[in-house]
Write a new protein. Structure first.
Lengths: 796, 300
């Protein structure tokens, strides 16, 4: 792995074990010893006495009326304890559940099945094998209906109405949503020298976490308490929703998210299997485990993207970008189950103005139902920022192609300038900070851009296809200010609690939960930086609603921007209190104390000091405290972010394309990220590495494809391809640092930057290599070859 | 977790024992060796054998040796052994070309050549390799053994000449002097089944092509050897022109379908392109072999 650090503004050398940072810096992850020793504890590791196992019967058809369901053979299986159908759930008022987008979703189908893989029945049996066997004994008679598979025909007159469960519905239209100023934008377009238009599809992809979704539901019939171990990125939101939907009292629900093997947005929502497991536990009086298999995960859980976009970019003849407008047809599948702040049905897609200083912008997004799995926003996308960045970064390359300009120079010419921040873009965002030209310049330097272009010219002369792709992205993450951002009315502010034990060790309780992000390390480092106690002395508790304060969870790169801020704020509260106690200990006014990492000392007398552990012991001891000061050393906070944060970066990808086969080899990838303050560079680099691999995968091989009958063609890893070490180059990383001015520690979030920024860099590079303006992802060898030969590519 | 339907498991102690079990248990019994094709199909419940007969103890089927002018490969020989064998690589570099791009190390550690050939997947790399090399397959039943040419062994997708109570026990590859071979495959990612692949083997005699074997994978249900491509090469000098003619013939001989791996048009192009590439490398290797034989004073 090549990591370019030489040119970093602040050198961050790998620290030897004895040089563990007290605060920010490179620190091996505290959670890794248990993972590398196989001691992680995932949902499927949970074994409870008497635990039963659930399995789901799924629809083989994309659209069909259910004529009858015969469960008698399954019920007479000797190991089966319960068979649950939609009809049974109807009796409990649970056949349908609300989605995170104010729609409803069938828990188990009652009237119709609306996508292949939809949940039809749930079997509870003594073991997993018996449950699977019994699922096959259920006899369902279907009356097939015409499906709607291609979103572009969902609104055709006479198209089959998918959601006829909704009274009065006569079409498949979900919403229209607009941002920006249409008239102003049209006016700019009307007078522009150059207008370039391009249709592009960001295909349906899947987060495909290594651990599939699942749960163990344990309803204690004596205590009346439900404990639910779930693969969830948002345990608190789930608990509240279960309380609201199922009518269980919230204090009698405990949701635990144990170790989670990757989420990427796939584990934000509530899946029918969870609800069925809860019902199964209530019916049988036993704990019920349900863990989906790989095919179930790929075919039925939250997909991502599936945006048909028509982009237009207007510019002056000399390459000044004036305006961007977009029309999007959004395929939301059979139920509108996207996870995003409720007021934003297209997520944060309206950040599509990108990193450029433009005069006007407008977008219109139309959401439609199709007979495909529901979901929509999942997959490390920062709520559709991925689609937005892809759109604008492809459009800029199309413009460069039209103008005959170098794509890097065209970007440099149009980037926002540092003095323009805070910058109000034309669709309502306030970009907090940045020095975009410096970051792009650094990426060009690291890549040796001019040399690459020279090499490319030489190779072209020899008939070789080499391409260089550039992308520059701006994210909007850390949702969000509660006045504007909520999910089903739950504001997106995060609680945090910090308690210093008498010996100076600490426990930090956070509302967000880790699926691999390294929270146990990063959050300890945030507190360590504020209090000067070593990160290893700080236990970070997360993922258990009985042990942690309320908050909306980990997705959309919001952990560090929101909960990270909460951790810093709560540590500062403790530090403020420690000052008062130190004053009492030293018999001096707190105002006469000065802070140095880890201790308060008397101004002008540095030797006269009290450390945090000394203060903590005194806070729990017999020391007489000043009037109004309570004992112990702890604090709580709820952090409501004043704005989102805007991480950004410049990426450069170099590819070689085999002219005879269309095979793309990613030769180099340079990523210069700016995520503001860097808490743990090692974890940041890990996040970037993973995101870049994600991006290469989406650009070159990933797609959830369907045939015309709605059969999912990507139901296993034989067909849904994920990149491996063999498909990706040694990443070349660098960074710049422009701290967020409104965030307590200046951090902006890094979790999704690379996934957002890398696909357009790869696609731009391939188009540059083959001399074609646009071809849709995934750029498999066949598609590249077809694009080179004037075709549109095979149906995939 | 994907789990198979119930089945019974038997572990064979010898080839005779395995054959007896096959005969006794009947058509719903399946032989399992590496298990990397059968077990995933069982977990997806696409295959539901009532019995599995495990032959992994039959180490007498795991060998590589030269005998009677042939390389003889035991059916239980693992992919990894083929990939790591200098003997195999020196005579048939096409095996190493192919094995490098077959699945991944865990699969290659367990999967066997016999299992690959008997699975008879139309995308199976080793089927194409054995077809290009004109392999003979030795099939054993309770009544004795039969030797079947590769062309007759492969009967179509997932179908071979192996009878109900028979087992493939050996693959025989004729050693041809002054020969070279190569395999070319396009895949969407490492370890994927081929989008298309071509294997080529040829021998050079007096500067002309003596024998030629061209075989394709993933380019249609019915095609293994491209007979027209082979005929186009016989007696020709190993020139780019001859290879191009063979490539065009291979493209005509194949019958690809449009799917997620690419359009039929693209795959037909690959049949041509990959045949040419495989021939170039095979001819280079044959030339080196001929040169080495000449230096050693052997008579070609």
């Amino acid at each position: 792995m090549t990591t370019v650090e030489e040119s970093a503004p602040a050198p961050e050398p790998a620290s030897a074990p004895e040089e563990r940072p007290i605060g920010y810096g490179r620190l091996k992850r505290k959670e890794d010893p248990r993972f590398v020793r196989g001691k992680g504890h995932y949902v499927d590791d949970i074994q409870l006495p008497g635990m039963l196992h659930g399995a789901v019967l799924r629809s083989p058809l994309a659209h069909a009326r259910i004529v009858s369901i015969d469960t008698s053979a399954a019920e007479s299986h000797p190991k089966v304890k319960a068979v649950i159908t939609g009809a049974a759930l109807e009796g409990l008022g649970l056949a349908w559940m609300p989605t995170l987008s104010m729609d409803t979703q069938a828990v188990l189908a009652t009237d119709k099945v609306r996508f292949q893989g939809q949940e039809v029945a749930f079997v509870v049996a003594e073991d997993h094998y018996a449950a699977r066997d019994a699922v096959e004994l259920i006899d369902v008679e279907y009356e097939p209906l015409d499906p709607v598979i291609d979103a572009r025909h969902a609104l055709d007159p006479g198209a089959p109405v998918i959601r006829d469960d909704q009274e009065g519905r006569t079409d498949n239209h979900i919403f229209d949503w607009e941002a920006g100023d249409r008239e102003a934008t049209d006016a700019v377009f009307a007078r522009a020298d150059v207008v370039v238009a391009q249709d592009m599809l960001y295909p349906r992809v899947h987060p495909a976490p290594l651990e599939t979704c699942g749960c163990v539901a344990d309803m204690d019939p004596v205590e009346g308490k439900l404990t639910l171990w779930e693969t969830t990125q948002a345990p608190h939101a789930h608990r509240t929703l279960y309380a609201m939907v199922a009518g269980l009292p919230e204090h009698k629900i405990r949701v635990v998210s144990p170790d989670i093997g990757g989420g990427f947005g796939n584990k934000v929502g509530i899946y029918p299997g969870y609800v069925c497991a809860v019902v199964g536990s209530i019916l049988t009086g036993k704990p019920v485990k349900w863990v989906e298999d790989r095919s179930e995960n790929l075919m039925s859980t939250s997909f991502a993207r599936d945006y048909h976009m028509h982009g237009e970019i207007a510019a002056s003849r000399d390459g000044r970008i004036l305006a961007v407008r977009v029309n999007v047809l959004a395929d939301h599948g059979a139920f509108n189950g996207t996870a995003q702040p409720t007021k934003y049905p297209a997520g944060f897609f309206h950040i599509f103005t990108g990193s450029y200083d433009i005069e006007a912008a407008h977008c219109k997004v139309t959401g439609v139902y199709t007979n495909k799995a529901p979901g929509g926003v999942a997959y490390a996308c920062s709520f559709r920022v991925t689609e937005a960045v892809y759109l604008v970064e492809r459009m800029v390359d199309c413009l460069a192609d039209e103008l005959g300009e170098d794509p890097a120079e065209l970007r440099m010419k149009n980037l926002l300038r540092p003095e323009q921040f805070p910058y109000h873009n034309k669709t309502g965002w306030e970009y907090d900070s940045g020095d975009y030209p410096a970051t792009l310049r650094k990426a060009l330097d690291v890549a040796g851009y001019a040399e690459l272009r020279r090499e490319q010219a030489e190779r072209r002369a020899r008939g070789e296809l080499m391409g260089v792709g550039v992308s520059f992205f701006t994210e909007t993450v850390g949702a969000g200010p509660r006045a504007h951002m909520d999910i089903l009315g739950l504001g997106m502010a995060d609680g945090c609690e910090l308690r210093i034990h008498p010996t100076g060790k600490a426990v930090l309780r956070i509302s967000v939960q880790s699926q691999g992000q390294g929270h146990e390390t990063t959050f300890a480092q945030i507190v360590a930086e504020e209090l000067g106690i070593p990160p290893e002395d700080i236990e970070v508790v997360h993922g258990d609603t009985d042990q942690t304060p309320f908050g909306l969870g980990t997705y959309g790169s919001r952990s560090t921007p929101v909960s990270g801020a909460a951790a810093a704020v709560v540590a500062r509260k403790v530090r403020d209190k420690s000052r008062i106690i130190a004053g009492a200990m030293l018999e001096i006014s707190p105002e006469d104390l000065e802070w140095e990492k880890g201790r308060w000392f008397v101004k002008g007398d540095p030797g006269n000091a009290k450390t945090i552990p000394e203060i903590a012991l005194a806070a729990h001891g017999a020391l007489e405290l000043p009037e109004g000061v309570e004992g112990h050393l702890e604090a709580t906070t709820v952090y409501n972010p004043p704005n989102l944060t805007y991480p950004y970066g410049a990426y450069i990808c170099v590819v070689d394309v085999d002219p005879g086969t269309g095979v793309v080899k990613v030769r180099r990838f340079v990523a210069v990220d700016d995520c503001g303050t860097r808490i743990n560079p090692t974890i940041i680099e890990g996040q970037v590495h993973g995101g870049l691999a994600d991006g290469v995968g989406m650009a070159l091989m990933e797609i959830i494809a369907f045939d015309e009958d709605g059969n999912c063609l990507s139901g296993s890893f034989m067909d849904y391809l994920l990149p491996t070490a063999l498909e990706v180059p040694a990443w070349e990383l660098d960074h710049t640092v422009t701290p967020s001015p409104h965030h307590p520690i200046g951090a902006k979030g890094i979790g999704e930057s690379a996934t957002v920024g890398s696909p357009p860099a790869v696609v731009n590079a391939v188009m540059d290599a083959i001399g074609v303006r646009h071809a849709d992802m995934p750029l498999t060898p066949g598609r590249v070859w077809q694009a080179m030969h004037g075709g549109v590519g095979a149906p995939q | 977790m994907q789990v198979p339907a119930a089945f019974e498991y038997r572990r064979a102690s010898s080839v005779e024992d395995a054959l007896a079990l096959l005969e006794t248990l009947g058509e719903e019994a399946r032989v399992v060796a590496g298990g990397h094709s059968l077990l995933p199909m069982m977990k997806l419940r696409l295959a539901r054998p009532e019995y599995l007969i495990d032959i992994n103890d039959l180490s007498d089927l795991d060998y590589l040796r030269v005998e009677g002018g042939e390389l003889r490969v035991g059916a239980l020989t693992r992919h990894r052994s083929l990939l790591e064998s200098e003997l195999v690589g020196s005579h048939f570099p096409i095996f190493h070309d192919a094995e490098r791009v077959i699945a991944d190390p865990p699969v290659r550690n367990r999967g066997t050549i016999g299992g690959s050939l008997c699975q008879a997947d139309p995308s199976e790399d080793l089927s194409a390799v054995c077809a290009a090399l004109r392999a003979t397959l030795v099939v054993r039943g309770r009544g004795g053994t039969r030797a079947i040419p590769m062309a007759a062994f492969y009967r179509g997708p997932y179908e071979t000449a192996v009878g109900p109570a028979e087992m493939l026990v050996e693959i025989r590859l004729p050693l041809v002097p002054h020969s070279g071979s190569a395999y070319e495959k396009v895949e969407r990612k490492a370890g994927d089944w081929a989008v298309a692949a071509a294997g080529a083997a040829l021998s050079l005699h007096g500067g002309r092509i003596g024998q030629a074997g061209i075989a394709l994978a993933a380019l249609g249900a019915a095609t293994v050897n491209s007979v027209r491509a082979e005929q186009a090469l016989l007696g020709q000098e190993p020139t780019e022109q001859a290879f191009a003619a063979a490539g065009r013939a291979a493209a005509q001989d194949c019958d690809p379908v449009t799917d997620g791996r690419g359009s039929a048009e693209y795959k037909r192009h690959l049949a041509d392109e990959l045949t040419r590439r495989a021939l170039r490398r095979a001819a280079d290797r044959a030339a080196v072999a001929a040169l080495a034989a000449g230096a050693a004073g052997e008579d070609g």
